[in-house]
Every structure is written in C-alpha cells, then in structure tokens.
Design a protein around this ligand. Structure first.
Ligand code: DQQ
Length: 539
C-alpha cells in the first residue's frame, strides 16, 4: 500500500529513503560542495551506519554518489560514525572518522581519496598503514570517544579534537601530529567541563572580529576569537561559547560572559543536532550544517520509509557585539524563490490576522519586518521565569495568550479554520534592567495527529530595540519550519506533521495578539521550487 508522503520535504537535504543523522565531513573541493552523512542503507531507523555522499555546485541541488565510507576493515567493522574533513596543503582532502572495532571500541581512523583527479572524490581508501590513527588509551572511556574535528595547523603541527567524557565531565581530547598519521595525545585536553556529560560532535573554529566573512580553520588573527560547540547527548541540545584560543598552551578559554554549560548559547533553540561547520574558500564564508531529526512516531517513520533531514546550510559569523554568532540561510537558497508576493504597511490590531495569499504556503520562504510605536505596553517579566528555559515560558505564554507588545508574528502551516497551525512569534517583556525578547516556534498546535513530539521551542533574542523593529524569516517545507529572528540572532527549527494543513490546503497568516497595534512594514513571500534532491546517482 502506498504511504502518503505529504510530510516529505522539497528543498531540505534528504536522500530518497531511509534513516539519516549527522552531517559529516562537509567541504568545498575543486568547484564542488561535498556532504557526507550518517546513513542506514537498510531502513528508517538508526543502524548499519555508513557515510553516504552527495555533491552540489550550489548547496541547493544535490547529486547522490556511491557510499564513501562503509565497514570494510577490522577498525570499522561495526560502524563508520561521525567525523570531518581536513584539506591538507596541495589540495589533499583527508577524512578523519570514528570506527567501531570488533571489541566495540571507538577508534579514530583516516581515509584518503583513491583518485585525486576525480572531482567527485567517489572512492576512498582506508590505508592499513597507521589505521586506526588513535586508539583509546587506558585513561579514555572507549565507548565514549568519537567524532574527530577538522584539524588545524599551528607551527607546523596539526591538532584535532575528539569528543569524550569522564563520568559526567565532558572532554575535548587534543591530539597532535606532524604528518597526519602519527598522532600523540596532549597532556591536557583543549577544553572540558564537569556536569555536562558526553561531548558529541565537537566543533572548533576561528571567527573574524568584524564583518561576515569566515576564516579557514587554521587561521589565527591577533586578538582573534574562536567558537567552540558541543552536542550534549543527554539533552539532545548543542551549546557553544565564544572565547580565545591560547596557542602556546593549546587551551581554549571561553569569554567570561559566555556561559559554558547547559544554559549556554545555541545555534538553534529547536530540533538541530550534531552540527558541523566548514570554511568555503570560494565565497570566504563559514557554513553550518545540522541534522533535524523527526518528531514523528517511529511507526510513522517506518511507514514513510525515511527519517531525518539536514537543515538548510547557514552562513555563520560573529555578531558585531562580539558575544554571539549570527546565522543566515546561504544566499543560493534564494534561487528557488518564485511567485513573489510583496505587502507593506499594514496595521494589525489585537486579535487580527491577515492571510498571505498567492504562494504555496506549505513550501515557502517568508521574510517580514514588524514595527511598533513604543515599548510601553510590554508585559512585565515574571522573575520566576529566570529559572526556566525559554521553552517553558513559551509553553505558558503561547500565541493564543493575549499580551501587551506581542505575541505577533506568523502562523505557518495553518489549516483554513486554524484547527492546526505552527505559530512563530515574538513577545516582548519588561525585565528589571532591560527588555527581554522571546522568539517562540510553538508546535503544540501544529497537528491533530497522535503520538507526536510537539514542543514549544523558544529562545531569547539579544537585540537592540531602539528603532522599534523586529524581523522574522521562516523557511517552510511541509514538515519543517526553520525560523531566523532578528536577522539571524536567534534561530529555531521545528518539525511538525499537520493532518489538514498539507500541500495545497496549507495557509500562511501574519498575526497580532497583543494590545499594542503592530505594523507589518514589509513582507516578502515566495513559493519555493523543488531542487534536484539526490534522485539520480551521478555516473
Ligand atoms: N551520531 C554518530 C556519533 C555521534 C552521534 C553515530 C551524534 O558518531 O556521536 O551515528 O548524533
């Protein structure tokens, strides 16, 4: 029997079928972007993990290639888990990845292209010489030792980090090598922190102090800043800090005002995990890939025959305030825009909603700027909330709870009579010393379906409100709503599974449910075309 595929995404990265998880080894090489990813060739649940491989000229249209890395040696007999690519001098890419060995130990291996003149880099060799390059020594927990990073070069020696834990202390073990084969563990880790648990998929990279350009992973600017990200196994959230890299002592030191731990900054306050960045020399930018798991039931995943997507690749850079990163969908995404609709200067009184007509609302890109006369009507911030996650505040103060300044924003994937909708909205509070801006992407009203995970994802937005404006962009793609608040300062990805608001029956509205009148200053909305998405195996 034919399963309905109403929730399959059109322009997010997906293979034709089966389970996917972490993005692996993203790179730009000889005019092509490569993406590898954790893949189960045999089904829609996690298992039998190989590195599937796709290439693209524009990060939007993808061609599927043969699997690049799959169990074929003793040192990866039980699985080929996550890892990274480093491009060595003379344009030679090398993969570092975690293999699961016959004793189920996690070991670090390397692989090199069989034929460097093939721009597709289809076939990879895992030499017996020096593999595995890193074995867990006696001090290391061999079942929590994985996900090697892209390496960086300091004074002629490569460094890379492997994620781990010692009891509940998260650890980024540091290794050094002169030739990329002989690796020696440093006496102390690059970074570690108690009570954070296993550090999966660490990522460590330099950021420019000004502008939006990215830096190659081995570039160190005077007084430069670095970002360090980990994926926390226990909560399935990631967090990052901004800090400095002390090259002499090979230590990463988070800035004093950058929270190191569970409540630190996140790339994304929604469904986004095991992310990885890479430097794109062709456009001098750093790009972030992240995995968005299903929020559907496992039974549905199996019936559909697929599970997992990759978020739209995002350019990432340091905010002008030096305190956080900013993200924006890569500009190439805009080539998919069609059926443009522009609206401007429309007032929204309390309780009003305006439909955005003329686009395919289930497969769209919408970018809107709101303004308001003043901050006077902002509700006061309940001090009790200080102890809560933003998500809990959003669960209490949803889009249907009337406010002062907000809630206002978008109702995405909405059914005609609003039995289903995923609101993405701002709500502004008067906090003791300043205003607190909450961005919420609330899945609780997204579907009449049963057994779904429907969290009220939310994050605070550290934004200057002196011009009384806030902007919001949402990428809507059937079962995903990926939203960028305040030009990418706070980002939230939600997976949702409407039963009524599907395909041509989905609607998009702009709404306000606060006593202050909001002006929709300008809105651009587009239907999104379907790119080539891994259908054909490139010959
Ligand atoms: N997924 C991989 C691991 C990694 C985890 C296995 C994160 O290497 O730690 O599929 O999602």
């Amino acid at each position: 029997d034919k399963v309905s595929q109403v929730h399959r995404t059109a322009y997010h990265f997906q293979p034709p079928m089966n389970w996917i998880n972490d993005p692996n080894g993203p790179m730009y090489y000889k005019g092509l972007y490569h993406l590898f990813y954790q893949y189960n060739p045999k089904g829609a649940v996690w298992g039998n993990i190989v590195w599937a491989h796709s290439v693209s000229k524009d990060l939007i249209n993808w061609e599927a290639l043969e699997h690049a890395i799959y169990p074929s040696k003793e040192f990866d007999k039980n699985g080929c888990w996550s890892g990274s690519v480093t491009i060595l001098p003379d344009d030679k890419p090398v993969i570092l990845y975690t293999g699961i060995d016959p004793k189920k130990r996690q070991v670090q291996n390397y692989a090199v292209p069989k034929n460097l003149s093939d721009p597709y880099l289809r076939e990879w060799d895992k030499p017996d010489d020096h593999n595995p390059i890193v074995d867990p020594d006696k001090s290391v927990n061999a079942s929590a030792f994985r996900d090697p990073t892209t390496a960086w070069l300091v004074d002629g020696q490569w460094r890379m980090v492997v994620g781990s834990r010692d009891k509940d202390t998260g650890i980024a073990y540091l290794y050094r090598s002169k030739d990329f084969k002989e690796w020696v563990k440093a006496e102390s880790p690059l970074h570690s922190l108690e009570k954070t648990g296993m550090w999966e998929c660490p990522d460590f990279f330099p950021v420019s102090l000004s502008g939006e350009n990215g830096l190659d992973t081995s570039v160190f600017e005077k007084k430069g800043k670095h970002a360090f990200k980990v994926s926390l196994d226990v909560t399935r959230y990631e967090y990052y800090t901004i800090g400095t890299y002390d090259k002499e002592n090979d230590k990463y030191i988070p800035d004093e005002d950058s929270i190191d731990g569970w409540s630190g900054l996140r790339f994304d306050y929604g469904n986004f995990y095991a992310s990885k960045t890479f430097f794109d020399p062709s456009k001098h930018r750093r790009i972030l890939w992240g995995w968005a798991n299903e929020s559907d039931t496992v039974k549905d995943d199996k019936e559909k025959g697929w599970a997992g997507i990759q978020a739209i690749p995002r350019k990432v850079w340091l905010d002008a305030n030096g305190k956080q990163l900013v993200q924006w969908p890569v500009e190439e995404l805009e080539t998919l825009r069609t059926n443009e609709v522009q609206l401007s200067n429309q007032k929204l009184q309390k309780g009003e909603h305006i439909e955005v007509k003329g686009i395919t609302a289930a497969q769209a890109d919408v970018d809107v700027t709101f303004s308001f006369p003043s901050l006077d009507k902002a509700e006061s911030f309940d001090p009790k909330w200080e102890k809560l996650d933003a998500l809990d505040v959003c669960a209490q103060k949803g889009s249907k709870v009337e406010g002062g300044l907000g809630p206002f924003g978008l109702l995405t994937l909405a059914s005609e009579k609003l039995e289903e909708f995923t609101p993405v909205f701002f709500r502004i509070f008067k906090a003791p010393t300043k205003h607190a801006v909450l961005l919420c992407s609330d899945a609780s009203s997204s579907s009449l379906g049963n057994g779904l995970y429907k969290p009220s994802f939310a994050g605070f937005v550290d934004v200057d409100l002196t011009n009384n404006k806030l902007s919001l962009r949402s990428l809507i793609d059937h079962s995903v709503v990926e939203s960028f608040g305040a030009e990418g300062k706070t980002v939230i990805l939600s997976r949702v599974y409407p039963t009524l608001a599907i395909l041509g029956k989905a609607h998009l509205f702009v709404f306000n449910n606060g006593s202050e009148t909001i002006t929709m200053e300008k809105l651009g909305a587009w239907s999104m075309k379907k790119p080539q998405m891994n259908e054909a195996l490139k010959k």
